[in-house]
Design a protein around this ligand. Structure first.
Ligand code: ZN
Length: 318
């Protein structure tokens, strides 16, 4: 059951009486009385929603609209897998009405979230299994990788799954803030429709291609591959791990066999390994954005850039 919104900094502008009500409510665990007080519409009454990293922040902003205050936990330019939380951020997380995250991307966030006040986007969709070489290689940095997960957490790279997340997030916010339920549901529907259009563009754009093999720096594109019938070959499973020489020669062999012309690099990860591999197999490199950090535009424009990059690299004619 959802408890009422916990109040944070913004509540200072409200009457002391309201603050007392909210404080009492936090302990009581019964939400109906105090969620009603958020209906006042005052800025201080907006639920504070924390989004763990960029794609979820974008999505939460679309669905939350002007009814919620959305804060991103991962600063632009930071690889989200690396995120360590400051004491202030842990407090921010505890105080938030809702935290939107994906279990398995950021161990620090997984440890800090409150199960009652969080929305794990991985529970909203059908997940795919974790990268296939996960068990074969003994990764040194277990605490940063996805190794302990049975599923691949990079689900935002499939717009159709993200549309499902939008719809369920809308329901979750509507339950948490009933006074603005209709607004959350309307914006969720609009966001899901926008993502549906993007999904169609991908389906069409990647329908007729010379090769279907994607060689990527880290295995972030499993959902994109799953949705659009491509085959992902990740050099590493997570951005922190250096590939072993065995893995590198394995990927090189595969890339040659599949006629791969482009090895994909990422904006937040050093392109060095991908460049070495590209020169080995006589391929070019191009940036495919896994959208783990904020792009120069937004989620939609970065995904459309990805589509163009893929069409060129894979020789698609649509
Ligand atoms: Zn990743």
């Amino acid at each position: 059951m959802m408890s009422g919104f916990s109040r944070s900094r913004a509540v200072g502008v409200l009457a002391a009486a309201a603050l007392l009500t909210a404080t009492a409510a936090c302990g009581s665990g019964s939400g109906s009385a105090q969620t009603a007080t958020t209906a006042s519409g005052a800025a201080g009454g907006k639920p504070e929603v924390v989004a763990a990293f960029y794609p979820l922040q974008w999505l939460t902003e679309q669905v939350g609209g002007s009814d919620a205050t959305v804060t991103g936990l991962t600063a632009p330019g930071v690889e989200p897998h690396d995120l360590e939380l400051s004491i202030q951020q842990v407090t921010e997380l505890k105080d938030a009405a809702l935290t939107v995250y994906i279990k398995g991307i950021q161990p620090a966030v997984d440890d800090a979230v409150d199960a009652e006040k969080s929305f794990d986007a991985a529970t909203a969709v059908t997940t795919i299994p974790a990268g296939e070489h996960a068990e074969e290689e003994g990764h040194a940095e277990e605490e940063h990788g996805h190794e302990e997960l049975s599923y691949d957490p990079h689900l935002w790279l499939d717009p159709s799954r993200l549309a499902t997340v939008a719809t369920k997030l809308g329901e979750r916010l509507a339950t948490a803030d009933p006074a603005h339920a209709q607004g959350y549901r309307d914006r969720a529907a609009k966001t899901a429709a926008t993502l549906g259009t993007l999904d169609q563009e991908f389906t069409q754009g990647l329908s007729t291609c010379k090769t279907k093999t994607l060689v990527t720096a880290h295995e972030a594109f499993g959902y994109l591959a799953d949705r659009y019938k491509l085959k992902q070959v990740g050099i590493t499973l997570d951005p922190e791990t250096e590939p072993s020489p065995t893995r590198l020669s394995e990927v090189a062999k595969l890339a040659k066999a599949e006629g791969v012309t482009t090895i994909f690099t990422e904006s937040l990860v050093s392109p060095k390994v991908a460049e070495v591999l590209a020169s080995q197999v006589g391929a070019k490199t191009a940036v495919l954005d896994p959208l783990e950090g904020k792009p120069s535009g937004d989620y939609l424009s970065a995904m459309r850039d990805n589509l163009k990059t893929l069409q060129t690299a894979l020789g698609c004619t649509a």
